[in-house]
Design a protein around this ligand. Structure first.
Ligand code: BGC
Length: 266
């Protein structure tokens, strides 16, 4: 098995997606496979979907997997949009290893996407502070300072005021792509809300560059013109491939640093 090839998997609220990633190129080798996220949202149903991807690719090597929640020492700590408590305390990397017979590494999905963009995509040449957003079912946020990741930031859950109810709620409930669809918002109305969120985030992190990825990245012509923040804004170059590519990259880095084996042995 070539060590530049890693199976990347991105677990999302609507689909579990996988592709073999060529780390030399920073891109897929062949097609991506998407399995609709099982509605039961249990660890077993997600493992079954991952198993289908592994079987389809006849994969026997390293697996990197992005998960929409906080991951510490390979243990899932939160899963706001995926089965809530079902996943808490689960060592998904170990479970994937047992189910598929492959070594695996799991990290937050936005951290994965940010790693890919800062290595191969929009943030490749940026020094300073880069914030990457994945805007889809939720809002994922990762932050890099001179290329170094601060993991599990969860700034998609900053509180913002919902004008309709007057209550302060999680920003992703107001500004994610799912919120745009749920509220049947025009792109302009959504972008104005999203811009408030960006300004809020800016006032807390003072980034030099904000990269916008996730589902909305392919529709940038509809909303980019309404955004006004005091730093550079770029659309993710790897679009919705970033999560898969970054997960593969993280697995490779951790396998080669020996961390993966140490975590497996504890
Ligand atoms: C989760 C984050 C995740 C983001 C994007 C949020 O609900 O809390 O961990 O990165 O969704 O999937």
């Amino acid at each position: 098995m070539k060590k530049d090839l890693v199976l990347g998997i991105d677990i999302g609220g609507s689909g579990v997606k996988g592709a073999i990633v060529d780390l030399k190129k920073g891109d897929f080798k062949g097609d991506r496979l998407r399995i609709p996220t099982p509605s039961s949202h249990t660890p077993q149903s997600i493992l079954d979907a991952i198993g289908q991807i592994v079987d389809e690719f006849k994969w026997k090597g390293l697996i990197g997997c992005g998960f929409p929640g906080v991951i510490r020492s390979q243990i899932i700590e939160t899963a706001a949009n995926l089965g809530g408590k079902n996943f808490i305390g689960v060592n998904l990397a170990e479970q994937i290893g047992l189910a598929c017979g492959c070594e695996a590494w799991v990290l937050n999905d936005a951290d994965a996407a940010g790693l890919a963009e800062t290595t191969y995509g929009a943030g490749r040449v940026s020094n300073g502070v880069v914030v990457m957003l994945t805007v889809g079912t939720g809002i994922g946020v990762s932050m890099f300072t001179d290329g170094v990741l601060v993991p599990n930031l969860e700034f998609g859950h900053l509180r913002m005021r919902d004008k309709l109810t007057g209550k302060n709620i999680s920003a992703e409930k107001l500004c994610s792509d799912a919120a745009r669809k749920r509220g049947d918002l025009t792109w302009k109305a959504w972008a104005q809300r999203f811009n408030k969120y960006l300004q809020y985030l800016y006032s807390l992190c003072w980034p030099d560059l904000i990269i916008i990825g996730g589902g909305v990245a392919s529709k940038s012509e509809k909303f980019l013109k309404y955004l006004d923040v005091n730093c550079d804004i770029e659309i993710a170059k790897l679009e919705n491939r970033a999560g898969i590519i970054g997960a593969a990259l993280a697995a490779s880095r951790n396998a080669h640093s020996g961390i993966l084996r140490r975590v497996r042995n504890t």
